[in-house]
Design a binder for this molecule. Structure first.
Ligand code: NAP
Length: 299
């Protein structure tokens, strides 16, 4: 699988990324988790997406158990993680009391503590990319910039980005940071393509910053009967590939060059999805799928 940069000067990653959000649900032992990571790497999928909170803060550790076995795997991968959400009953530091309700927290104290915990859990000395997970209405952009500069100077985080933000907030932070944002991670799929119309993708194109597309199979909606599934099946039949592969190829066809983060825990399904990297939809095929996901069709 080809590798290319998130943006000019950004890290080079595979065309697809692997999501670790569901790793705690897979109920697998260490050998199975190692096999899943190795299946990704063998397919050329070298970018792994995490967040401090995934699996009630357990997923990074489940993944890190494999990295602690050998340093060779870490050297082959790009690790992305996120911070900025605090879940009830959890804490990034035993000295900090757990909250009884969810908050978004982009204070420097929380960002720095969260990164230290992610590094310990993942068994690595640096993150390749750190993202702010969700927009925080109390965010102070200068304070975020201060935290990012410190993490970068300490060598704990090499690059930064955002997730689920508006185009205007991306602009705001980009103005305050001394380093470029390398990606914006958003929900984008054949089922959910509002960012194509709400300025977020225009901004990615303007900045030449490739988005990461979460839930590329609609978080499993791929199996539910729908006009989108019917359109994917029709185009897939023309291309000679599965509905799921077509859904990923649909994303890859966009000129913003999104990086779909696939969430399957099954190596056989990973192999199917990786085939999308070698497909190119015709514009008419792309529009058939796009229109199927537009309430009321194309204007
Ligand atoms: N930034 C954010 O706010 C945010 C939010 C959500 C997710 N994410 C990231 O995006 C990643 C992917 O999200 P997602 O898991 O919702 O992605 P997805 O690829 O759209 O959905 C994967 C789910 O679909 C199931 N599935 C059913 N049939 C499938 C098939 N034929 N092929 C592949 N999968 C099939 C998978 O089950 P099996 O495992 O049984 O195959 C899995 O439960 C997450 O791991 C996380 O890293 C980020």
């Amino acid at each position: 699988m080809n590798k290319s940069a998130f943006c000019k000067g950004g890290p080079r990653v595979s065309a697809l990324a692997a999501g670790c959000w569901r790793m705690h649900e897979w109920g697998r032992d260490l050998a199975d988790r190692r096999n899943w990571i190795d299946a990704c790497l063998d397919l050329g999928i070298d970018c792994f997406d995490h967040a401090d909170i995934y699996g009630d803060m357990r997923c990074e550790t489940l993944f890190g158990d494999v990295l602690r076995e050998s340093t060779a795997r870490r050297a082959r991968m790009t690790l992305v993680s996120k911070c900025g959400i605090r879940l009830p009953g959890t804490t990034p530091d035993a000295a900090i009391p757990a909250l009884d309700h969810k908050v978004y927290d982009t204070s420097p104290e929380h960002i720095l503590r969260s990164v230290d915990r992610s590094l310990a859990n993942l068994g690595t000395d640096h993150l390749d990319v750190l993202l702010l997970h969700r927009p925080d209405p109390l965010m102070d952009p200068d304070a975020v910039a201060e935290a990012f500069v410190r993490l970068h100077a300490q060598g704990k985080v090499l690059h930064f980005g955002l997730s689920n933000h508006s185009a205007s907030t991306v602009d705001l932070l980009a103005q305050r940071l001394p380093m470029p944002l390398v990606t914006h991670q958003i929900e984008l799929s054949a089922w959910q393509h509002a960012p194509l119309r709400d300025a977020v993708i225009d901004q990615c194109l303007a900045l030449r910053m490739r988005p990461m597309a979460w839930s590329p199979l609609g978080s499993g909606r791929v199996n539910e009967p729908s006009p989108v599934r019917d359109a994917l099946a029709r185009v897939g039949a023309e291309l000679g590939c599965s509905i799921e592969t077509t859904a990923v190829a649909w994303l890859l066809r966009h000129p913003c060059r999104p990086i779909p983060i696939v969430g399957t825990g099954r190596p056989d399904r990973l192999r199917q999805l990786a085939l999308a990297a070698d497909l190119r939809l015709e514009a008419a095929q792309w529009f058939r799928i796009y229109e199927a996901g537009l309430p009321g069709g194309l204007p």
